[in-house]
Write a protein that binds this ligand. Structure first.
Ligand code: PGA
Ligand code: ZN
Length: 445
């Protein structure tokens, strides 16, 4: 439904504005439905309708290498539907419980909407209503709020959360061009091999150029894999997923692709890895590429990679509760690379506070569905920024066509965004939105 201010349009739309003094920006209806994500698993889509007839729609992604401290993703557990993965309970919570408590609240009062949902759920991890139900509403309300305010979503988020307008900036893309770990049926223990194309325009990022170069490297990698008789099928996030004997050999393939695309590794294009180390951590040891290693031995291995390769970022290099290990990783490599906590922090300000105490990392991944509301997501970003941590706004391995994270990354001025390679609609829609925002910012909006 479009904004219609003219009374004739109201009449055409068949709406009767009985009470002209009634606030038009309050929630009149909330509806959720079950849709499919990029893996073909159910997820939730929420539509919010205001009294004035504006709408906001949002959908929620889902992880595979999910951290154990994440907010609770409510699934039906009914094995007769979608192998137990249905989300009809979450849909029901939106259509009944949340609709009941939120009707009459303004869509432009995002903090209030989120606080009401947190209170109604009443648990620390949103176990009652489900973080998927709550986040769907939170994002849909923000979209409706932006429509009511007549602002692009990134500007609206800045207004709603008192973020500085000049803090808006374009993020450098971290493009996961080769998938392993829990995201692919290959033998690689490293979950994500990312290329980082960083092109500048003045002080900021040249979004279109960075994305173009990422796309060229991705295609070049396809050719390099074929030449080496390796598979070019793709994994969960759209990156190639061949069987390569080791991560070092995989990195060499990436370097070759960067060169074949006409760029210089370590100059125009860097590399980043998501180890997702919780996935190969068992009983105090890291089972990595045929070896059984202690945290400090694994850190030594990373240190050797950092001296050999143009790596600028290591995500989840150690397991989600190995705080001492992380502190050692920071002491050894904190000045050489971004050490990013994903499963470690789960976008939680409490976990991040622990990170400060342990001096565990210098960057945090930001995934709204790990915590469950926009309000808490942005509070965590602000806490990270106050402590000098870098922020990386991120998609999930199971995604939808919702590109909210593009606007979120720009609104909070995150230096990086992670949205897979330039392959698969649910990944590129975020990059396409970033190019659209870049054009708007260049036009002074
Ligand atoms: P997930 O993976 O969405 O499967 O958790 C993404 C990541 O680990 O960054
Ligand atoms: Zn991760």
């Amino acid at each position: 439904m479009r904004r219609c201010r003219d009374w004739r349009q109201w009449a055409i739309a068949g709406r009767v504005n009985r009470n002209v003094t009634m606030a038009t920006d309050v929630i009149s209806d909330l509806t959720a439905r079950e849709i499919l994500d990029s893996r073909g698993d159910p997820t939730i889509e929420v539509t919010v309708l205001t009294e004035g007839g504006e709408t906001g729609v949002a959908s929620v992604p889902s992880g595979a290498s999910t951290g154990i401290h994440e907010a609770y993703e409510l699934r039906d557990g009914d094995k007769s539907r979608y192998d137990g993965k249905g989300v009809l309970k979450a849909v029901n919570h939106v259509n009944h419980d949340l609709k009941q408590v939120l009707r009459g609240t303004s869509v432009t009062d995002q903090s209030r909407v989120d606080t009401i949902m947190i209170d109604v759920d009443g648990t620390a991890n949103k176990r009652n209503l489900g973080a998927n139900a709550i986040l769907g509403v939170s994002l849909a309300v923000a979209r409706a709020g932006a429509v009511v305010a007549g602002l692009p979503l990134y500007r609206y988020l800045q207004q709603a959360f008192d973020l500085k307008r000049e803090a808006a900036s374009l993020p450098v893309p971290l493009m996961n061009v080769l998938n392993g770990g829990a995201h692919a049926d290959n033998n690689l223990d490293v979950q994500e091999f990312m290329v980082v194309p960083e092109f500048k325009r003045g002080q900021g990022v040249d979004m279109a150029e960075s994305i173009r170069v990422g796309a060229e490297v991705f295609h070049a990698l396809g050719r390099v894999l074929k030449t080496n008789h390796l598979d070019t099928d793709v994994g969960n996030e759209g990156g190639y997923a061949p069987d390569v004997p080791s991560s070092k050999e995989t990195i060499e393939l990436l370097l070759e692709a960067i060169k074949q695309a006409g760029y210089e590794p370590g100059h125009e294009v860097h590399l980043a890895l998501d180890l997702a180390a919780s996935e190969f951590y068992r009983q105090g040891r890291y089972h990595f590429e045929g070896q059984v290693l202690s945290a400090s031995e694994l850190v030594e291995l990373y240190a050797s990679w950092l001296t050999t390769y143009p790596l600028i970022l290591l995500e989840d290099g150690l397991a989600q509760d190995d705080w001492e290990g992380w502190a050692g990783l920071m002491r050894k490599l904190g000045s050489k690379a971004l050490l990013v906590g994903d499963d470690l922090f789960v976008t939680s300000s409490q976990r991040l506070q622990l990170g400060f105490e342990f001096k565990a990392a210098n960057a945090i991944l930001i995934k709204p569905n790990q915590v469950g509301t926009l309000k808490e997501t942005i509070e965590t970003v602000q806490l990270a920024q106050q402590h000098g941590y870098q922020t990386i706004v991120s998609h999930r391995s199971g995604e939808t066509m919702d590109n909210f994270i593009a606007d979120l990354a720009v609104a909070v001025g995150a230096p990086y965004i992670k949205s897979g390679p330039t392959s698969r609609g649910e990944r590129v829609t975020k990059y396409n939105r970033l190019m659209e925002i870049a054009a708007e910012l260049a036009a002074g909006k």
